[in-house]
Design a protein around this ligand. Structure first.
Ligand code: SF4
Length: 225
């Protein structure tokens, strides 16, 4: 649905300020919640992001804590067998494959980097099982570096706004790098994950009470609440 009233140029800072207030009652995105709970090293964030792939935040948060409470460092995780890791992360989707990936990553960090994962994009992307989304999220949260992490929520919401026009999350990331102010690169994931889960939902977004309705082009929205 494209509304008939003319929209102003999209003021991203204003939109994110309104969204910050709107998502206040909802749980934080899992990785940011984990960081606030003290699991904030690049290794902890990377492992937690791998665990979260195709797994709901409500499940992945306690699963990550269960593993990290047993072993928090690359050296400690490398001491576990993939089977032991698998037992700890089993409710996670693809847990068997992830347990091997996590053990291998921990071992490689010990062997290649003396047990400390560097804040380096290429180092993170070199690991099997680590894509751009997780690498950027870990670097953004744990290393305080400006990286954009585009998951399905960031992709859907920014395209509905008309802020970008992309068909894949990868394209959305490239377009966001052109238009989004750097100081919002990490923030956009922090805010749009809960916003996309609870307000600008995949089906029947809650447009009638949305705090950015007056700014949004509602691209591709056929039906809403
Ligand atoms: S809920 Fe509706 S108005 Fe709000 S951002 Fe999503 S599509 Fe736009």
């Amino acid at each position: 649905m494209s509304t008939s009233t003319a929209k102003q140029p999209f003021d991203i800072d204003l939109a994110l300020r309104r969204i910050e207030a709107a998502v206040e009652p909802y749980p934080k995105a899992a990785m940011f919640e984990l960081a606030e709970l003290g699991y904030a090293t690049p290794f902890e964030q990377l492992i937690a992001c791998i665990i979260s792939i195709r797994t709901r935040d409500e499940e992945s948060l306690p699963i990550s804590r269960r593993l990290l409470d047993v072993a928090r460092t690359p050296a400690a995780v490398a001491q576990l067998t993939p089977q032991q890791i698998d037992q700890l992360i089993t409710p996670s989707t693809f847990h068997e494959r992830k347990s091997y990936q996590i053990q291998t990553i921990a071992r490689q960090i010990v062997e290649q980097y003396g047990g400390e994962l560097p804040c380096d994009e290429q180092a993170l992307l070199a690991f099997s099982g680590v894509g751009v989304k997780c690498a950027h999220l870990a670097l953004g949260i744990a290393c305080d570096q400006p990286w954009i992490s585009v998951d399905i929520h960031v992709h859907r919401v920014t395209n509905r706004w008309g802020y970008v026009a992309a068909t894949t999350p990868e394209q959305t990331m490239v377009e966001l790098e052109q238009v989004l102010p750097r100081e919002q690169w990490v923030n956009i994931n922090r805010l749009l994950v809960p916003f996309g889960k609870h307000i600008c939902t995949g089906q029947l977004p809650r447009c009638s009470t949305c705090p950015v309705l007056d700014m949004c082009q509602q691209v591709g929205v056929e039906r809403h609440r």
